[in-house]
Design a protein. Structure first.
Length: 304
């Protein structure tokens, strides 16, 4: 179909905000021009993309399907424009990283600080998402690179630029509420206790459910949250036994006990990844150089 790119651009902004007025503001055109562009696109595609009412705008199934294809394309074009513009004025261009809040707090901050001190003129943007969500950001071209837990069901080895750290997950409990001492406890026995863990949209949740399934056990957690710090806080007050990466262990977790399990818990990794189908940004390349590399002989332990 011979459809002007500008029509897709208008569609993207309306679909992203579900607002004709917001799209007109972002595009610096009148609301009537936005409305006319959408009508033209719908006429060319021969199907409605939005359901309009006086109170709200909704996408039709056709609109939702189109957005899934248009969003990555728009993001890639904007990314290319941004790289060209910023490289001419700043030398490297903006660094845009995707990472979970846990990885940002407990691993990335020193490297972001080092990058900022080395390249103070380069803007740094960090988008927080789960490790699974970060892969989606990368695939859509919304970030330059991601730092994520691995294994990750949405990412294969072609994405990985560096394996930057390794860690082990632990069960953490307040001995005043769960006096298990130094005894080894099996996964089947753990099922009898309230387990606190990250929600199903996380690689950590995927990992633990997989470990239980390997032993023909079903894991039914007491609570699924979005923050490891909150899991630790709840473990402190005896709500349950928290499952967290060992790099989250700090001074404020000293009153808690790490449980020993009969089943060996495999180590996982933190990896830096980029979209293999995109041209890497110069700022991302420089940031990658600052990160450790397990393949080059570093100890690889993301220790507390």
């Amino acid at each position: 179909m011979d459809i002007n790119y500008e029509l897709y651009k208008v569609f993207y902004h309306v679909a992203s905000s579900l607002s004709f007025s917001e799209a007109s503001r972002k595009l610096f055109i009148s609301q009537s021009a936005v409305s006319q562009s959408i009508k033209t696109l719908e006429r060319k595609l021969e199907q409605p993309l939005f359901i309009r009412s006086t109170k709200k705008v909704q996408m039709t199934p056709a609109g939702e399907l189109l957005l899934k294809h248009i969003e990555p394309a728009i993001c890639l074009i904007e990314r290319g424009e941004r790289q060209l513009t910023e490289s001419g004025t700043l030398g490297l261009g903006q660094l845009h990283i995707g990472a979970s809040d846990t990885i940002c707090r407990y691993f990335l901050v020193p490297y972001i600080k080092e990058f900022h001190e080395k390249f103070p003129q380069v803007p740094i943007k960090v988008t927080n998402a789960t490790s699974l969500g970060c892969v989606d950001l990368l695939a859509q071209g919304k970030v330059d690179l991601i730092v994520t837990n691995y294994p990750n069901s949405r990412m294969d080895n072609s994405y990985i630029q560096k394996r930057v750290a390794s860690f082990r997950d632990v069960f953490l409990a307040n001995p005043a509420y769960f006096p298990l001492g130094q005894q080894e406890i099996s996964f089947s026995a753990l099922q009898q206790y309230p387990i606190l863990m990250l929600d199903r949209k996380s690689t950590t949740s995927e990992f633990l459910h997989h470990q239980f399934l390997q032993h023909q056990l079903e894991l039914v957690p007491e609570a699924e949250l979005s923050s490891n710090d909150l899991l630790i806080d709840l473990a402190k007050i005896g709500i349950g036994i928290a499952f967290i990466p060992d790099y989250c262990l700090r001074e404020d977790t000293k009153g808690l006990s790490i449980l020993k399990t009969v089943e060996q818990m495999p180590r996982r990794q933190i990896v830096a990844a980029a979209n293999p189908g995109l041209v890497p940004s110069p700022s991302a390349d420089e940031f990658l150089k600052l990160l450790p590399d397990l393949n080059e002989g570093s100890n690889g332990t993301c220790a507390p």
